[in-house]
Design a protein. Structure first.
Length: 255
């Protein structure tokens, strides 16, 4: 029996939006509603303003009973212990380790070369695993990542204890893109990971293309504008596992 996993990024998107803001109470109510409809994962942004953000996590953790509450690690403060403490009362807690894997972003955000980024991924996953059973690795900016390095990053994270890895696609699933996804699916199966696809195409068109490329995987559907925002690109591929984004590629730089 197939199981549909839904990971909601409403609170994450709200934190980045310049078009609207949510009050503290509204964030709590949104989390309650998502939990009520049994959303698989509720994603919460990294801690920036410690006092209010930690209080928000604790408040959501105390009222959410069914959904996994996933919180991203802030790469500037490496606040894994603070996240774990804020999530201690959560029925289902997850720590997300989000690390860019493209050359430009590794140097700009992490200020590290690829070998040191792999070491950082390993250390963060191990530390997160020590305080939380459920750890997810998210390889960000994957649309501009070297494919071999991407696989190294995923392999490093999985060996260190990450239980969730994700790929996502916002571009039309056709031609070379579908073939690439099929290749990626084979590679992920070797790592005993799942491939999920988020598509803005119609279900009929998506099924036709996937069948043509002999791709068998879970498919989620979303509004095209939301999908673009999700990948930060006008079409692209993102690696999704259990409803969580792990890696992203643009349609022009698909591996």
């Amino acid at each position: 029996m197939n199981r549909l996993m839904i990971s909601d990024i409403t609170l994450k998107q709200a934190a980045k939006s310049t078009d609207y803001t949510l009050s503290f109470r509204e964030k709590i109510e949104i989390a309650k509603l998502l939990d009520k409809v049994n959303v698989s994962v509720i994603e919460i942004p990294a801690i920036v303003k410690e006092k209010t953000d930690v209080l928000l996590i604790k408040s959501i953790a105390s009222c959410v009973k069914n959904s996994i509450i996933a919180v991203s690690v802030n790469l500037e403060t490496l606040d894994i212990d603070k996240i774990a403490d804020a999530l201690k009362d959560a029925a289902k807690a997850r720590i997300q380790v989000v690390v860019p894997t493209s050359t430009v972003q590794m140097e700009y955000i992490c200020k590290k070369k690829p070998p040191m980024v792999l070491k950082m991924i390993e250390e963060l996953i191990i530390k997160a695993k020590q305080v939380c059973d459920d750890v997810e690795f998210i390889a960000d900016d994957a649309t501009r990542s070297d494919v071999d390095f991407l696989y190294q990053a995923i392999s490093t994270a999985v060996k260190a204890g990450a239980g969730t890895v994700t790929v996502y696609d916002a571009a039309a699933l056709e031609g070379k893109i579908a073939d690439k996804i099929a290749e990626l699916a084979d590679t992920l199966r070797d790592h005993k990971l799942l491939l999920n696809i988020i598509s803005a195409n119609s279900s009929e068109e998506t099924e036709r293309i996937l069948e043509g490329a002999d791709i068998s995987c879970q498919v989620l559907y979303s509004d095209f504008k939301a999908v673009i925002s999700f990948n930060r690109s006008n079409g692209g591929l993102t690696y999704v596992n259990n409803g969580i984004i792990v890696k992203k590629w643009s349609r022009r730089e698909y591996p």
